[in-house]
Design a protein around this ligand. Structure first.
Ligand code: TYM
Length: 330
C-alpha cells in the first residue's frame, strides 16, 4: 500500500473547488491506500489572519472533511500544529533548500505582491509543505493543479537532503495525483475558485444560496443572447457539471448548449438541482458534527497521536543522519 498525504488550509470554508479538485479524491483514496489528511493551520498563519477565529476554522475544516466522507477508521485526520515534528523538519529542510527556488514560486510571487511587508514564513511556506509530506515518507499527494510547483520543489528538497545525508534511509520523491477537476474556476469564470477571491460555492451552503450564487455565474462569454449557441468546452458551469451530474445529463446539457435548445439559466437549474442533492448528505453529517464539537476534537487528538508516532520515527532517523548529539536517556 502506498502512503498518501495531503493538506488543506483552514481558510474558513471548504468550497467546491477544494472538494472537486482534492477532497473527493481523498475520500476514494482512503479505500486503497494508507492515508493522512491534515488541516494545515501553520500554513494558514503565513497570511494576515485573526487569532480569535483560527481554532474554530480548524475545527470547521475538520468537520467539513469528516462530513465529506473521510472516515477516521480509514484515514488519519489531524491538525498540523498538534504534531510539532512538522516544524522541526521544516527547519532542517530549510538548510538544504535553495533560496532562488523559493523566490521563483508563483504562489509566493502572487501572495507577496498583495502584502506590504512580506513575512519570511510566506517564502518558506513550500519548505513546511515538503516537511509535511516527507515526515511520513508519503509517495502520493492528491492536490489541485495550483500545487504542482510546490510538489516539484518538494522533490528537489528530498533529492538535496538525500544527496547530502542519505545513509540506509532516504526520503522517497513524492508524486502529485491530480483529479479530473484539477482547476475549478470561480463563479466569475476568470480566476481559480478561492475563498480569498469571494468567488466560491461553499460545500455547506444552503440550497437557496447555491441557486443565488449560480444564477449570475459566468458562462461561455460568446453566448450573449438566449438564441446564441454555446460551447460547453469553454464554459466553467459545464466543468462544474462534471463534478455533480451523471454522464447522460452531461450529454443532454452539451447538446442543448450547442443547439441553443436551453438557455444558460436552464442549464444552471439542472446543475443546481444535482449539486444540492449531492451536497445534502454532506450538510446533514456536518450539522451532526457541529452539534458535537467534543467528538471532533477527540477524533483529531487520536489522529495526531497516530501521526506523531510515525513522525517521531522519521525524525529519529533524520536527526541521526544529520549528525546531532543524541539526548541522554532519562
Ligand atoms: P489549499 O488549502 O489552498 O487547497 C486544498 C486543496 O484544494 C485544491 N484546490 C483546488 N483544486 C481545484 N480547483 C480549485 N479552484 C482549487 N482550490 C483549491 C488545492 O490544490 C489543494 O489540493 N499548500 C496547500 C496545503 C498543503 C498541502 C501540504 C497540500 C500544505 N501542506 C502537503 C499537499 C501536501 C494549500 O494551500 O491548499
Amino acid at each position: 500500500m502506498a502512503r498518501v498525504f495531503s493538506g488543506i488550509q483552514p481558510s474558513g470554508e471548504l468550497h467546491i473547488g477544494n472538494y472537486l479538485g482534492a477532497v473527493q479524491n481523498w475520500v476514494k483514496l482512503q479505500y486503497q491506500h494508507d492515508c493522512l489528511f491534515c488541516v494545515v493551520d501553520l500554513h494558514a498563519i503565513t497570511q494576515p489572519y485573526d487569532p480569535a477565529t483560527l481554532a474554530q476554522r480548524s475545527l470547521d475544516m475538520a468537520i467539513g472533511l469528516f462530513a465529506s466522507g473521510i472516515e477516521p477508521a480509514r484515514a488519519i485526520v489531524f491538525v498540523q500544529s498538534h504534531v510539532s515534528e512538522h516544524t522541526e523538519l521544516n527547519w532542517l529542510l530549510n538548510t538544504v533548500t535553495p533560496l532562488g527556488e523559493l523566490e521563483r514560486q508563483t504562489q509566493f510571487k502572487d501572495k507577496s505582491q498583495r502584502q506590504e511587508s512580506v513575512p519570511a514564513g510566506l517564502l518558506n511556506y513550500p519548505v513546511l509543505q515538503a516537511a509535511d509530506v516527507l515526515l511520513y515518507e508519503a509517495t502520493l499527494v492528491p492536490v489541485g493543479e495550483d500545487q504542482l510547483q510546490h510538489l516539484e520543489l518538494m522533490r528537489e528538497i528530498a533529492r538535496r537532503w538525500n544527496a547530502r545525508f542519505a545513509n540506509g534511509f532516504a526520503f522517497p520523491e513524492p508524486q502529485a495525483l491530480l483529479s479530473t477537476a484539477k482547476r475549478v474556476l470561480g463563479l466569475d469564470g476568470q480566476a481559480k475558485m478561492s475563498k480569498s477571491l469571494g468567488n466560491t460555492i461553499g460545500l455547506l451552503d444552503p440550497p437557496e444560496t447555491i441557486w443565488e450564487k449560480l444564477k449570475p455565474a459566468a458562462t461561455d462569454p460568446a453566448r450573449v443572447t438566449r438564441k446564441d449557441p454555446g460551447n460547453p468546452d469553454i464554459c466553467n458551469i459545464f466543468t462544474i457539471h462534471h463534478g455533480f451530474s451523471p454522464p447522460d445529463t452531461l450529454k443532454l446539457v452539451a447538446h442543448n448548449c450547442r443547439t441553443a435548445g436551453w438557455g444558460c439559466l436552464d442549464c444552471k437549474r439542472v446543475l443546481a438541482d444535482n449539486m444540492i442533492a449531492a451536497l445534502a448528505p454532506i450538510r446533514e453529517r456536518a450539522a451532526v458534527l457541529q452539534a458535537d464539537p467534543r467528538t471532533v476534537t477527540d477524533l483529531l487528538r487520536a489522529g495526531a497521536d497516530r501521526a506523531r508516532a510515525i513522525a517521531r520515527r522519521t525524525m529519529d532517523r533524520v536527526r541521526r543522519r544529520m549528525g546531532f548529539l543524541g539526548t541522554p536517556e532519562a
